[in-house]
Design a protein around this ligand. Structure first.
Ligand code: ATP
Length: 209
């Protein structure tokens, strides 16, 4: 994915003032930024949900987008969500979805309505729906919100497998825990991306904005 000179304002307030970013195959990149820095705005533009005022976003292959707010229909069961997205993506089976659900330990919930699932379980389903068509570029907005520690680690295992299979993953968060797991780190501040710096090294290093 190639992002060039992306600008966006809400009314007269500029939020993005010239974003340049390249996501290469086989990389996991992170963007951190304070509340209101414009992270979600940027991801909405990268996903095509929002048009930039200026600039270009070009990508090849399938795109996956896991938005910050879980996009589930509370009245539908887990299985109905899977069926719906299988049809929407034009998949022939749910094999990959089942693999992802196994990795995230999202099993045994098929007949549960989304409305009764816990926050972390809803997020697991949200992530599965964004990943089940094997996207080449995956955009994740605060993907591990609500995850317990074990699930958080499984999430990073999954991300590592995507990197190994040549996919590009962009993770957006307030904090980049485990900055060592990222190939690239950016800080969104004042409408621009800056090279991020890790406060510490090795597993567990944390980047604050
Ligand atoms: N639809 C909108 N209309 C007007 N202003 C908006 C809209 N969406 C976001 N904003 C404003 O744009 C700025 C950036 O918001 P955005 O949600 O992109 O930030 P963020 O970095 O994702 O924040 P957070 O970490 O709190 O999720 C904020 O000041 C927000 O109030």
């Amino acid at each position: 994915m190639h992002v060039r000179n992306v600008h966006h304002s809400y009314g007269r307030r500029p939020v993005l003032r010239g974003i340049d970013l390249t996501l290469r195959p086989g990389t996991v990149a992170g963007i951190v930024g304070e509340n209101g820095a414009g992270k979600t705005t940027l991801l909405r533009i990268l996903s095509g949900e929002l048009a930039p005022d200026r600039g270009t976003v070009v990508h090849t292959g399938r795109l996956g987008y896991c938005p910050q707010h879980v996009m589930l229909n509370d009245a539908l069961t887990v299985r109905q969500h899977l069926d719906f997205f299988e049809a929407a993506y034009g998949l022939g089976d749910l094999d990959r979805a089942r693999d992802i659900m196994g990795s995230l330990r999202l099993t045994g919930y098929d007949d549960e309505r989304a409305g009764v699932l816990s926050g972390g379980t809803r997020q697991k389903l949200n992530l599965t729906l964004a990943l089940m068509h094997d996207p080449h570029v995956l955009l994740l907005d605060e993907p591990y919100q609500g995850f317990d520690w074990d699930t958080y680690r499984r999430f990073w295992d999954l991300t590592g497998a995507l990197r190994a299979s040549g996919r590009s993953v962009l993770v957006v968060s307030h904090l980049a825990h485990d900055a060592a797991r990222l190939d690239e780190l950016w800080r969104l501040h004042d409408g621009l991306l800056h090279a991020g710096t890790a406060a510490g090294t090795g597993p567990g290093a944390e980047v604050r904005t």
